[in-house]
Design a protein around this ligand. Structure first.
Ligand code: TRP
Length: 333
Protein backbone atom coordinates (compact mmCIF):
# COMPACT_ATOMS: atom_id res chain seq x y z
CA UNK A 1 0.00 0.00 0.00
CA UNK A 2 1.25 3.48 -0.87
CA UNK A 3 1.97 5.81 2.02
CA UNK A 4 0.08 9.03 2.64
CA UNK A 5 1.01 11.73 5.13
CA UNK A 6 -0.46 15.07 5.90
CA UNK A 7 -0.33 17.52 8.79
CA UNK A 8 -2.35 20.37 10.16
CA UNK A 9 -1.52 23.21 12.51
CA UNK A 10 -3.49 23.50 15.73
CA UNK A 11 -5.31 26.82 15.32
CA UNK A 12 -8.62 26.65 17.17
CA UNK A 13 -12.00 25.87 15.59
CA UNK A 14 -12.45 23.52 12.65
CA UNK A 15 -14.88 24.99 10.11
CA UNK A 16 -16.79 23.45 7.21
CA UNK A 17 -14.27 24.95 4.76
CA UNK A 18 -11.49 22.95 6.46
CA UNK A 19 -13.66 19.87 6.70
CA UNK A 20 -14.93 19.70 3.12
CA UNK A 21 -11.72 21.16 1.65
CA UNK A 22 -9.24 18.84 3.37
CA UNK A 23 -10.12 16.75 6.40
CA UNK A 24 -12.96 14.78 4.80
CA UNK A 25 -10.52 13.73 2.11
CA UNK A 26 -8.07 12.56 4.79
CA UNK A 27 -10.80 10.45 6.34
CA UNK A 28 -11.64 8.84 2.98
CA UNK A 29 -8.00 8.16 2.06
CA UNK A 30 -7.67 5.91 5.11
CA UNK A 31 -9.42 3.06 3.30
CA UNK A 32 -7.01 2.96 0.34
CA UNK A 33 -3.65 4.03 1.72
CA UNK A 34 -1.38 3.57 4.68
CA UNK A 35 -2.04 6.98 6.28
CA UNK A 36 -0.46 9.02 9.04
CA UNK A 37 -1.70 12.44 10.05
CA UNK A 38 0.05 14.87 12.35
CA UNK A 39 -1.00 17.79 14.47
CA UNK A 40 2.06 19.96 14.04
CA UNK A 41 2.55 21.99 17.20
CA UNK A 42 6.24 22.73 16.49
CA UNK A 43 5.08 24.54 13.36
CA UNK A 44 2.72 26.69 15.40
CA UNK A 45 5.64 28.17 17.34
CA UNK A 46 6.95 29.96 14.27
CA UNK A 47 4.53 32.85 14.74
CA UNK A 48 3.81 34.64 18.04
CA UNK A 49 1.57 32.45 20.22
CA UNK A 50 0.45 31.76 23.81
CA UNK A 51 1.81 28.53 25.38
CA UNK A 52 -1.44 27.64 27.17
CA UNK A 53 -3.49 28.23 24.04
CA UNK A 54 -1.12 26.12 21.93
CA UNK A 55 -1.54 23.07 24.16
CA UNK A 56 -5.30 23.57 24.37
CA UNK A 57 -5.62 23.92 20.61
CA UNK A 58 -3.49 20.84 20.02
CA UNK A 59 -5.75 18.61 22.10
CA UNK A 60 -8.88 20.24 20.82
CA UNK A 61 -7.83 19.55 17.24
CA UNK A 62 -7.07 15.93 18.14
CA UNK A 63 -10.62 15.51 19.47
CA UNK A 64 -12.06 17.24 16.39
CA UNK A 65 -10.13 15.00 14.01
CA UNK A 66 -11.17 11.86 15.86
CA UNK A 67 -14.79 13.02 15.94
CA UNK A 68 -14.96 13.40 12.15
CA UNK A 69 -13.46 9.97 11.50
CA UNK A 70 -9.65 10.02 11.61
CA UNK A 71 -8.56 6.71 13.14
CA UNK A 72 -6.63 7.14 16.39
CA UNK A 73 -3.88 4.76 15.29
CA UNK A 74 -3.15 7.05 12.30
CA UNK A 75 -2.82 10.20 14.35
CA UNK A 76 0.22 11.71 16.08
CA UNK A 77 1.29 14.89 17.81
CA UNK A 78 4.46 16.25 16.24
CA UNK A 79 6.25 17.31 19.43
CA UNK A 80 5.83 13.80 20.88
CA UNK A 81 8.15 12.68 18.06
CA UNK A 82 11.25 14.85 18.57
CA UNK A 83 12.98 13.05 15.67
CA UNK A 84 11.08 15.47 13.38
CA UNK A 85 13.12 18.32 14.84
CA UNK A 86 16.30 16.26 14.73
CA UNK A 87 15.85 15.42 11.06
CA UNK A 88 14.97 19.06 10.42
CA UNK A 89 18.42 20.04 11.70
CA UNK A 90 20.13 17.56 9.44
CA UNK A 91 18.02 18.74 6.50
CA UNK A 92 18.95 22.36 7.26
CA UNK A 93 22.42 21.40 6.16
CA UNK A 94 21.05 20.11 2.85
CA UNK A 95 18.92 23.17 2.15
CA UNK A 96 19.89 26.34 0.39
CA UNK A 97 19.30 29.50 2.40
CA UNK A 98 18.31 31.37 -0.76
CA UNK A 99 15.66 28.78 -1.57
CA UNK A 100 14.02 29.38 1.83
CA UNK A 101 14.06 33.14 1.40
CA UNK A 102 12.20 32.80 -1.88
CA UNK A 103 9.27 30.84 -0.42
CA UNK A 104 5.98 32.68 -0.92
CA UNK A 105 4.55 31.71 2.47
CA UNK A 106 7.68 33.03 4.21
CA UNK A 107 7.42 36.31 2.35
CA UNK A 108 3.71 36.67 3.20
CA UNK A 109 4.01 35.69 6.84
CA UNK A 110 7.18 37.67 7.50
CA UNK A 111 5.56 40.81 6.16
CA UNK A 112 2.50 40.14 8.34
CA UNK A 113 4.54 39.67 11.49
CA UNK A 114 6.78 42.64 10.89
CA UNK A 115 3.64 44.78 10.89
CA UNK A 116 2.22 43.26 14.06
CA UNK A 117 5.19 42.46 16.27
CA UNK A 118 7.61 45.31 16.06
CA UNK A 119 9.62 43.64 13.33
CA UNK A 120 10.27 40.32 15.04
CA UNK A 121 10.54 37.51 12.51
CA UNK A 122 11.67 34.19 13.96
CA UNK A 123 14.28 32.05 12.24
CA UNK A 124 11.70 29.28 12.73
CA UNK A 125 9.47 30.99 10.21
CA UNK A 126 12.22 30.82 7.61
CA UNK A 127 12.96 27.22 8.53
CA UNK A 128 9.30 26.14 8.59
CA UNK A 129 9.37 24.31 5.22
CA UNK A 130 12.45 22.30 6.24
CA UNK A 131 10.56 20.98 9.26
CA UNK A 132 7.70 20.19 6.90
CA UNK A 133 10.11 18.24 4.68
CA UNK A 134 11.21 16.30 7.75
CA UNK A 135 7.53 15.52 8.61
CA UNK A 136 7.07 14.05 5.16
CA UNK A 137 10.37 12.30 4.46
CA UNK A 138 10.75 10.77 7.90
CA UNK A 139 7.86 8.38 7.01
CA UNK A 140 8.94 7.94 3.37
CA UNK A 141 5.53 9.24 2.27
CA UNK A 142 4.61 8.74 -1.39
CA UNK A 143 1.69 11.17 -1.39
CA UNK A 144 0.87 14.30 0.53
CA UNK A 145 -2.72 15.53 0.30
CA UNK A 146 -2.47 19.33 0.49
CA UNK A 147 -3.92 22.45 -1.07
CA UNK A 148 -2.30 24.30 -3.97
CA UNK A 149 -0.74 26.77 -1.52
CA UNK A 150 1.58 24.00 -0.31
CA UNK A 151 2.92 23.03 -3.73
CA UNK A 152 6.07 25.11 -3.29
CA UNK A 153 6.79 23.45 0.06
CA UNK A 154 6.47 20.03 -1.55
CA UNK A 155 8.91 21.07 -4.26
CA UNK A 156 11.36 22.02 -1.54
CA UNK A 157 10.87 18.64 0.14
CA UNK A 158 11.75 16.95 -3.13
CA UNK A 159 14.79 19.21 -3.58
CA UNK A 160 16.01 18.27 -0.09
CA UNK A 161 15.42 14.56 -0.71
CA UNK A 162 17.25 14.76 -4.01
CA UNK A 163 20.22 16.64 -2.62
CA UNK A 164 20.44 14.23 0.27
CA UNK A 165 20.27 11.21 -2.04
CA UNK A 166 22.95 12.69 -4.32
CA UNK A 167 25.30 13.46 -1.47
CA UNK A 168 25.03 10.10 0.22
CA UNK A 169 25.11 8.32 -3.15
CA UNK A 170 21.95 6.31 -2.56
CA UNK A 171 18.27 6.63 -3.51
CA UNK A 172 17.38 6.66 0.15
CA UNK A 173 14.43 9.06 0.30
CA UNK A 174 11.30 8.68 -1.80
CA UNK A 175 10.46 11.90 -3.68
CA UNK A 176 7.01 12.75 -2.31
CA UNK A 177 4.22 14.02 -4.53
CA UNK A 178 1.25 16.27 -3.84
CA UNK A 179 -2.09 14.57 -3.92
CA UNK A 180 -4.56 17.11 -5.24
CA UNK A 181 -8.09 15.86 -4.90
CA UNK A 182 -11.05 17.78 -6.28
CA UNK A 183 -12.54 19.16 -3.11
CA UNK A 184 -15.27 21.77 -2.81
CA UNK A 185 -14.04 25.30 -2.19
CA UNK A 186 -16.37 26.70 0.42
CA UNK A 187 -16.82 30.47 0.61
CA UNK A 188 -17.78 32.70 3.51
CA UNK A 189 -21.57 32.84 3.73
CA UNK A 190 -21.32 36.39 5.10
CA UNK A 191 -19.15 37.52 2.19
CA UNK A 192 -19.06 35.07 -0.72
CA UNK A 193 -16.29 37.04 -2.41
CA UNK A 194 -13.82 35.45 0.05
CA UNK A 195 -12.97 31.94 1.22
CA UNK A 196 -14.48 30.56 4.40
CA UNK A 197 -11.67 31.24 6.87
CA UNK A 198 -10.93 32.04 10.47
CA UNK A 199 -8.59 34.91 9.77
CA UNK A 200 -11.43 37.14 8.52
CA UNK A 201 -13.38 36.88 11.80
CA UNK A 202 -16.19 34.83 13.37
CA UNK A 203 -18.96 35.53 10.93
CA UNK A 204 -16.82 34.31 8.04
CA UNK A 205 -16.72 30.70 9.10
CA UNK A 206 -19.15 28.05 10.30
CA UNK A 207 -17.69 25.93 13.07
CA UNK A 208 -18.29 22.21 12.51
CA UNK A 209 -18.98 21.80 16.24
CA UNK A 210 -21.09 24.95 16.74
CA UNK A 211 -24.47 25.00 18.48
CA UNK A 212 -27.24 24.04 16.06
CA UNK A 213 -28.98 27.41 16.47
CA UNK A 214 -25.86 29.27 15.44
CA UNK A 215 -25.47 27.26 12.25
CA UNK A 216 -29.12 27.87 11.36
CA UNK A 217 -28.69 31.57 12.00
CA UNK A 218 -25.53 31.80 9.91
CA UNK A 219 -27.21 30.08 6.96
CA UNK A 220 -30.37 32.13 7.35
CA UNK A 221 -28.34 35.33 7.07
CA UNK A 222 -26.17 34.04 4.20
CA UNK A 223 -25.70 36.60 1.43
CA UNK A 224 -27.60 35.52 -1.70
CA UNK A 225 -27.93 38.11 -4.46
CA UNK A 226 -25.92 41.29 -4.32
CA UNK A 227 -27.37 42.68 -7.52
CA UNK A 228 -24.08 42.70 -9.40
CA UNK A 229 -24.28 39.20 -10.87
CA UNK A 230 -24.30 39.22 -14.69
CA UNK A 231 -27.60 38.05 -16.24
CA UNK A 232 -27.81 34.30 -16.71
CA UNK A 233 -25.21 33.56 -14.03
CA UNK A 234 -25.76 32.23 -10.53
CA UNK A 235 -24.54 34.63 -7.82
CA UNK A 236 -21.53 33.55 -5.76
CA UNK A 237 -23.64 33.30 -2.59
CA UNK A 238 -26.26 31.00 -4.13
CA UNK A 239 -23.59 28.91 -5.82
CA UNK A 240 -21.89 28.50 -2.44
CA UNK A 241 -25.13 27.26 -0.84
CA UNK A 242 -25.56 24.70 -3.63
CA UNK A 243 -21.90 23.69 -3.21
CA UNK A 244 -22.45 23.15 0.53
CA UNK A 245 -25.50 21.01 -0.15
CA UNK A 246 -23.57 18.82 -2.58
CA UNK A 247 -20.62 18.60 -0.20
CA UNK A 248 -22.99 17.27 2.47
CA UNK A 249 -23.86 14.42 0.10
CA UNK A 250 -27.40 15.68 -0.60
CA UNK A 251 -27.21 15.40 -4.37
CA UNK A 252 -30.92 14.64 -4.87
CA UNK A 253 -32.03 17.74 -2.99
CA UNK A 254 -29.27 19.67 -4.79
CA UNK A 255 -30.49 18.63 -8.25
CA UNK A 256 -34.14 19.25 -7.56
CA UNK A 257 -33.54 22.70 -6.03
CA UNK A 258 -31.23 23.58 -8.90
CA UNK A 259 -34.02 22.64 -11.32
CA UNK A 260 -36.33 24.99 -9.37
CA UNK A 261 -33.70 27.69 -9.66
CA UNK A 262 -33.43 27.21 -13.40
CA UNK A 263 -37.18 27.45 -13.97
CA UNK A 264 -37.44 30.45 -11.66
CA UNK A 265 -39.50 28.85 -8.90
CA UNK A 266 -36.80 28.52 -6.22
CA UNK A 267 -37.47 30.26 -2.94
CA UNK A 268 -34.19 31.13 -1.24
CA UNK A 269 -35.66 30.31 2.18
CA UNK A 270 -36.21 26.73 1.01
CA UNK A 271 -32.67 26.43 -0.26
CA UNK A 272 -31.33 27.88 3.00
CA UNK A 273 -33.43 25.58 5.12
CA UNK A 274 -32.27 22.50 3.20
CA UNK A 275 -28.63 23.56 3.51
CA UNK A 276 -29.02 24.29 7.23
CA UNK A 277 -30.63 20.88 7.81
CA UNK A 278 -27.82 19.11 5.95
CA UNK A 279 -25.11 20.93 7.93
CA UNK A 280 -26.92 20.34 11.21
CA UNK A 281 -27.17 16.64 10.42
CA UNK A 282 -23.37 16.39 10.11
CA UNK A 283 -22.87 18.74 13.04
CA UNK A 284 -25.08 16.56 15.27
CA UNK A 285 -23.29 13.38 14.28
CA UNK A 286 -19.82 14.89 14.82
CA UNK A 287 -20.73 16.72 18.04
CA UNK A 288 -22.23 13.58 19.56
CA UNK A 289 -19.07 11.69 18.72
CA UNK A 290 -16.93 14.49 20.13
CA UNK A 291 -18.92 14.57 23.38
CA UNK A 292 -18.55 10.83 23.72
CA UNK A 293 -14.77 11.13 23.24
CA UNK A 294 -14.61 14.04 25.68
CA UNK A 295 -16.30 11.97 28.36
CA UNK A 296 -13.27 9.65 28.13
CA UNK A 297 -10.80 12.48 27.83
CA UNK A 298 -8.00 10.86 29.76
CA UNK A 299 -8.20 7.55 27.96
CA UNK A 300 -8.33 9.18 24.56
CA UNK A 301 -5.32 11.35 25.36
CA UNK A 302 -3.43 8.24 26.42
CA UNK A 303 -4.45 6.49 23.24
CA UNK A 304 -2.99 9.34 21.16
CA UNK A 305 0.20 9.33 23.22
CA UNK A 306 0.42 5.60 22.53
CA UNK A 307 -0.20 5.99 18.78
CA UNK A 308 2.41 8.77 18.65
CA UNK A 309 4.78 6.42 20.44
CA UNK A 310 4.16 3.70 17.87
CA UNK A 311 4.49 6.04 14.91
CA UNK A 312 7.67 7.35 16.55
CA UNK A 313 9.36 3.98 16.09
CA UNK A 314 9.22 4.48 12.33
CA UNK A 315 10.69 7.96 12.69
CA UNK A 316 13.47 6.62 14.90
CA UNK A 317 14.36 3.99 12.35
CA UNK A 318 14.69 6.67 9.66
CA UNK A 319 16.86 8.91 11.84
CA UNK A 320 19.10 5.97 12.69
CA UNK A 321 19.61 5.21 8.98
CA UNK A 322 20.16 8.89 8.21
CA UNK A 323 22.84 9.09 10.90
CA UNK A 324 24.59 6.10 9.37
CA UNK A 325 24.46 7.70 5.93
CA UNK A 326 25.60 11.16 7.00
CA UNK A 327 28.58 10.28 9.17
CA UNK A 328 27.03 11.08 12.54
CA UNK A 329 27.94 8.85 15.42
CA UNK A 330 25.25 6.24 15.95
CA UNK A 331 24.21 4.35 19.06
CA UNK A 332 26.19 1.27 18.12
CA UNK A 333 29.72 2.70 17.86
N1 TRP B 1 2.40 23.76 6.08
C1 TRP B 1 1.16 23.04 6.18
C2 TRP B 1 0.00 24.03 6.16
O1 TRP B 1 0.16 25.17 6.50
C3 TRP B 1 1.11 22.21 7.44
C4 TRP B 1 2.13 21.13 7.42
C5 TRP B 1 3.21 20.98 8.23
C6 TRP B 1 2.14 20.01 6.53
N2 TRP B 1 3.88 19.84 7.94
C7 TRP B 1 3.28 19.22 6.90
C8 TRP B 1 1.31 19.61 5.49
C9 TRP B 1 3.57 18.05 6.22
C10 TRP B 1 1.62 18.43 4.80
C11 TRP B 1 2.75 17.66 5.16
O2 TRP B 1 -1.11 23.63 5.83
Amino acid sequence: MKKVLSCIQPTGDMHFGNYFGAVKNWVDLQSDYNCVYGVVDYHSMTMPYKPKKLRENTWSLIFNLLAVGIKPENLFIQSLIPEHAELCWIFNCFTSYGHLQRMTQFKDKSSQSSEKDSGFISAGLLDYPVLQAADILIYHADYVPVGKDQEQHLELSRAIAQRFNNQVGKEYFVLPECLFTETPKILSTADPSRKMSKSAGEKHYINVFAEEARIRKQIKSAVTDTGDTPKGEISAGIKNLFELLKACGKSEAHDSLLADYTNGSLKYVDLKETVANALVELNTQFSNKRNELMSNKKEIKNQIKQSSFEIRQRAQQTVKEVKDLTGLVNVRF
